[in-house]
Unconditional design. Structure first.
Length: 215
């Protein structure tokens, strides 16, 4: 697939095995309130089972500098998606491999439209629904027109759309927003934190079907 697909909030080897080549598996680390939360040790075990050609992303909230260091050094992830504040004291290479998650309003006029951070520091940007207390998995959808505007302002940048995506609507999201990638969590679950493997496969099939129809 040409579209980057990230399955987020993975907690089992069977779900990790479905991470697509050229895409990513997301692991929520040190967010105790999340039903998808993992310890650093648990994340290490799952990252070790990642299929070849897929990236490992950690997902954190208001992390400390020490936690960022620990995740890069001990877990061996490719990138860290940060919800909230990015801490001080990071070196350039660490910053370059962070993915800021920008809170996008649920509707026009529903809040401030985020500014895209500089491309030279953050080559990848995550767009998610504003207002959720946890990193993803809320099932809420950001305003797609706002997201499309952000994509249009940054041609060529790697913007990843998240929030309320599912096998049923991802094709519409790709058409409306035009992101470089898509990120799904609750939309492929049977219950909070429990991935449905059939829905994960259906999500990939929906993206592939959209790509074929737009080839």
């Amino acid at each position: 697939m040409k579209t980057f697909v990230k399955f987020c909030g993975l907690t089992t080897p069977t779900a990790v095995a479905l991470a697509p080549e050229g895409g990513a598996a997301g692991f929520v680390i040190d967010v105790p309130a999340s039903p998808r939360n993992l310890t650093v040790t648990q994340a290490v075990d799952l990252v070790g089972q990642l299929p070849s050609g897929a990236e490992a992303w950690a997902v954190v909230v208001d992390p400390s500098t020490d936690l960022i260091h620990q995740i890069f050094d001990d877990v061996g992830v490719d990138r860290i998606q940060v919800h909230g504040r990015i801490p001080d004291g990071l070196d350039f290479l660490e910053i370059h491999h962070l993915v800021p998650s920008l809170p996008v309003p649920l509707s026009a006029g529903g809040g401030p439209v985020p500014e895209l951070p500089p491309a030279e520091s953050y080559p990848r940007i995550h767009l998610d629904a504003a207002g959720g207390p946890l990193p993803g998995g809320s099932g809420q959808r950001p305003d797609w027109e706002i997201c499309a505007g952000l994509v249009q302002k940054a041609p060529g940048r790697k913007l990843v759309l998240a929030g309320g995506l599912s096998p049923e609507n991802v094709a519409d999201a790709l058409t409306t927003v035009g992101p470089w990638g898509v990120d799904v969590s609750s939309g492929v679950e049977s219950s909070p934190g429990v991935k449905d493997l059939d829905r994960m496969r259906a999500f990939l099939s929906a993206v592939e079907g959209w790509e074929k129809s737009h080839a």
